[in-house]
Design a protein around this ligand. Sequence first.
Ligand code: GRF
Length: 208
Amino acid sequence: MCSEALISPALDWPAVRDLPLRLGILASGNGSNFAAIAQAIDQGQLCAQIQGVIYNNPQARVAQRAAERGLPSVLINHRDFGGRETFDATVAATLRGWDVDWVIMAGWMRCATPVLLDAFPGHILNIHPSLLPSFPGLHAVEQALRAGVTITGCTVHIVTLAVDQGPIIAQAAVPIFGGDTPDTLARRIHTQEHQLYPWAIALAAGRA
Ligand code: GRF
């Protein structure tokens, strides 16, 4: 009998610090990772508070999820800006206004420019649905299926200018079963992401 995940993190929660981390969430879509982080906070696992959520797509379900939790959310639509730098400047200013100390990309479909990176040096995290450095970029789940690997997973890493190449904080491995489709595999990876991301935030902050 195969298990859903070959290697799950031990989930020993590191003692972070007395003051809660102040998180700013960037999300473009569904927001299930946002919800998992919020739940880990509610359950007292992750010592943090979510200062606000920025989304760039008017249809993003994450806005509804934030409203359900009574958390502020702001639409900053990249289509309203002349360039990536001016967009990132507005994102950074909003995060600064919330006095955020960690920026959490949770399905944020924009590449960060130096404007955002320099505003929060070393304090921007992303989650990617593969075991980096394998399968960076778009359609990571499909890439893994096409490559015929038997194990994939998810990675939390620090965001740098090189997309999906920043220092790795934590990973979880997910086996690929015969008959897996992009949907079935993505679902199992998502389940691991939801456990991994809150823990990886604590781990990254404990190291900082
Ligand atoms: C996740 O699979 C994550 O790895 C990728 O985008 C997806 C976001 O999912 N970066 P959700 O919006 O959190 O449900």
